[in-house]
Design a protein around this ligand. Structure first.
Ligand code: ASN
Ligand code: ZN
Ligand code: CA
Length: 325
């Protein structure tokens, strides 16, 4: 058990070190070139750094023989198309930024991440996690970190960091729902169900519907995600403290989104989705839960009318997670 814990901590610290690493961003050839959202997938061949990765598939090239490459390529494409068709957003930066995905990062690496410029996926150790390209919502989660960086820019710690995490889960889940044409009441609201614990059925990395009921986190113990403000977890703003519990406290805004979506009913990407997306575009880097809640309420009024059923769903949802507007 302590071995599993140590491995999870190592993974988390490695991810923290690589996330937003400026050198990686700057050194990548062509990084600044506009690309009409064109995709390229690179194979890290189990190495721990991106510079040595080999091109595995590009927009006009043939399918790869490698399934991780094809899954990353397809998942990035679906996510790009979702943002374009549903929100008229042209790729990560709104200006057609090219999409670079990296697969087979490291040896049995139990994570996926956005590094400030590209999306990186490990193979998983086969026990805690399978190949991280195996869940569409995980791919969409990582791409959405890029969208958030280019819009609200939520600082990656404490409440603004939990909002950053939550927004990635929100649109990660919506991409999956959109691709399956699932209404809010039919969706599973799980993140990473296909990749989390390959040997154990019916669990996931996180549940937006029931935060704290999806999994056993090797680092933080059983059912660590809170679903309301009174259960907010105070952790230090360090790498070991998950930057103030950003992957834990995201359960609170996740639940608020879920409640809004099922409160309105129907396709969530046509209801709660646009409300959250408009709120994301006008929020700032230091936004706190309360402020963001207020912004969603305001946007619901603008999009659906003041006093509309949609706006009261937003109000009720935040109330239920103990955030008053
Ligand atoms: N999978 C994690 C995420 O996307 C990686 C990290 O940044 N801690 O948030
Ligand atoms: Zn994330
Ligand atoms: Ca499982």
């Amino acid at each position: 058990q302590s071995e599993v814990r140590q491995a999870a901590l190592d993974t988390m610290l490695t991810t923290a070190r690589l996330r937003g690493q400026r050198e990686v961003r700057a050194s990548f050839a062509g990084a600044a070139a506009p690309g009409n959202g064109r995709r390229t997938v690179f194979d890290c061949e189990e190495r721990n750094f991106l510079q040595a990765a080999v091109m595995a598939r590009s927009e006009d090239g043939p399918d790869s023989v490698d399934e991780s490459t094809n899954r990353a390529f397809d998942g990035l494409g679906l996510t790009r198309d979702f943002f374009k068709e549903v929100f008229q957003r042209d790729s990560i930066d709104g200006r057609g930024m090219r999409l670079d995905g990296f697969v087979h990062f490291g040896v049995k690496f139990n994570n996926a991440f956005w590094d400030g410029r590209q999306m990186v996926f490990g193979d998983g150790d086969g026990k805690v996690l399978g190949d991280l390209t195996g869940s569409l919502d995980v791919i969409a989660h990582e791409l959405t970190h890029g969208v958030t960086e280019h819009t609200a820019g939520f600082e990656y710690h404490n409440q603004s960091g939990a909002l950053n995490e939550s927004v990635s889960d929100v649109f990660g889940s919506l991409v999956k729902q959109w691709s399956l044409k699932q209404a809010a009441e039919e969706a599973d609201w799980l993140i990473g169900a296909d990749v989390w614990t390959p040997g154990i059925d019916a669990d996931a990395l996180r549940s937006m519907k029931a935060p704290g009921h999806a999994y056993n986190n090797p680092l933080f113990g059983k059912d660590p995600q809170p679903d309301r403000m009174s259960k907010f977890i105070h952790l230090p703003d360090t790498d070991e403290g998950d930057n103030g519990g950003v992957h834990l406290n995201s359960g609170i805004p996740n639940k608020a989104f879920y409640l809004t979506a099922v409160g309105i009913g129907g396709f969530a990407w046509e209801t709660a989705g646009p409300i959250w997306f408009e709120a994301l575009k006008v929020s700032g880097p230091e936004a706190q839960f309360h402020e963001f809640a207020h912004t969603t309420f305001q946007k619901a009024g603008e999009l659906f009318g003041v006093g509309s059923a949609e706006q009261s769903a937003v109000l009720g949802a935040w109330q239920e997670v103990e955030i008053s507007i």
